[in-house]
Design a protein around this ligand. Sequence first.
Ligand SMILES: C[S@@+](CC[C@H](N)C(=O)[O-])C[C@H]1O[C@@H](n2cnc3c(N)ncnc32)[C@H](O)[C@@H]1O
Length: 281
Amino acid sequence: MNYLKALKYGSKILKLNNIQNSNLDTELLLSEVLNSNRENILINLNKKLKKKNFNQFKELILRRKNYEPIAYIVKKKEFWKHDFIVNKEVLIPRPETEIIVNKVLNLTKKETSKHILDVGTGSGCIVISVIKERPKFKGTAIDICKNALNVAICNAKIHHLENKIKFINIDIDKFNYNKYDLIVSNPPYINDIDLKRLDKNIKHFEPVSALKAGIDGLSEIRKLIRKSRKLLKINGKLIFEIGKNQVNEVRKLLYLNSFYLNEICKDIQSYPRVIISTKVS
Ligand SMILES: C[S@@+](CC[C@H](N)C(=O)[O-])C[C@H]1O[C@@H](n2cnc3c(N)ncnc32)[C@H](O)[C@@H]1O
């Protein structure tokens, strides 16, 4: 068995099971087994694959065939400019969440020092990506899930930021510590009906506590806005992600809690996805 035959074997199984990107996923899984990268595999297609490695590869293909996301199988996901460790305790970072990082960087200068709070930090991808580019910032990252927070701490260590970010295992509702210049968040925002309709790869693998947000999908956004009013300095910014069709409700919530709505940023599919707002009083 050489690399080419193994790749054909793997992608055929994934294709037959309607896994999108079957070729790419197969290449990534073989790279994982060989502790190599895709490029190296693709220029060595005639190289022999050891039986032991082929057996490991088959196990990974089987996991992917059963819809396990590739990021959980290879235990990492690229976000913004870095790789983040992920496991089933944390949401897999999504490209649309990079809008938050981009907006924070646009709103702040490199040499400023600000205190930023990340609510529902998960893998820590938002706060870590920001502080990598704003070395004078200090961060606080909270999550209701202790196991998720451990993943964030691990990522902060990998990116040498463990001394710049304080990690706290707490519900945003109970958090009353300090005042912040910026609050960022990608809160859970899926309503109970949509939760049941999610793709298998999300529904069966990603943590429900990272997704579920009550009957209207706004339970955590409500808490976030209400608490941010207390936790932000005057003129501090709240930048957060929302789900489809939530923009009008979110607009009202911001108004009721004395926030000025600065911008509604659209994602690549033109859905309103990230809100930038300012606490005005
Ligand atoms: C959608 S995930 C976002 C993870 C990460 N920030 C990202 O963007 O990939 C939401 C996170 O919020 C956490 N969470 C849910 N409810 C919370 C609450 N009431 N207080 C604090 N964290 C909460 C979940 O455990 C989960 O890690």
